[in-house]
Ligand binder design. Structure first.
Ligand code: ZN
Length: 190
């Protein structure tokens, strides 16, 4: 049977979708072990701030469909390290994704399975291509929420485990007030 065409309303400023579809919210407590500074993490855990949320339009997980969502990543830091998303590979590793930034400033970290890391700047109007096989994580380096739209193949799926275990080879920290991409001291090259 045909899937019925439909509109969703997206507020470009807040990233809120109406209807909201499937809303996922991640707080600091959901990200134990992701940040470098364990002491700063524990201190901030008292407030347990919201780090990011995303609104997923409800779409079948089938190859012909396109999953799409808006993400809202909050501004802030754990120690010197900016708030970031967990980051993931796609379960179907040969599937790409596109991010279109509506608001804010950030860095998109990308990494191959061998640990080669690259990054792209995210700013209003940036349209970032995440090719097949690259893991991806977003980092908010600005003082406003980073709001962006993502679209990827219906059956791509998410694999968070590899990144959760070993992180990215690079991290994004504030040095003298400037967002800077540096080597992750905890990263173990395979
Ligand atoms: Zn993805």
């Amino acid at each position: 049977m045909y899937w019925k065409p439909f509109n969703i309303n997206c507020d470009f400023d807040s990233g809120v979708l109406t209807p909201p579809g499937n809303l996922v919210v991640r707080h600091l407590s959901d990200m134990k072990g992701f940040y470098q500074d364990a002491e700063a993490f524990t201190t901030l855990l008292g407030q347990n701030p919201k780090i990011y949320e995303y609104y997923n339009v409800i779409i079948p997980e089938e190859p012909g469909h396109l999953q799409h969502c808006t993400s809202i990543l909050m501004p802030g830091r754990v120690g010197d390290e900016y708030f970031m998303s967990k980051g993931h590979f796609h379960k179907k590793t040969d599937t790409a994704e596109i991010y279109v930034t509506y608001r804010g400033n950030g860095i998109l970290l990308l990494q191959t399975p061998e640990g080669h890391c690259e990054y792209l700047h995210m700013y209003p109007g940036s349209m970032s291509y995440i090719p097949p096989y690259w893991a991806h994580r977003t980092v908010n380096t600005g003082s406003n929420p980073l709001v962006f739209f993502g679209v990827y193949r219906g059956d791509a799926g998410h694999d968070y485990g590899i990144i959760e275990e070993n992180g990215f080879a690079k991290i994004v920290v504030e040095i003298n007030g400037i967002p800077t991409v540096v080597d992750n001291p905890k990263y173990k090259q395979k």
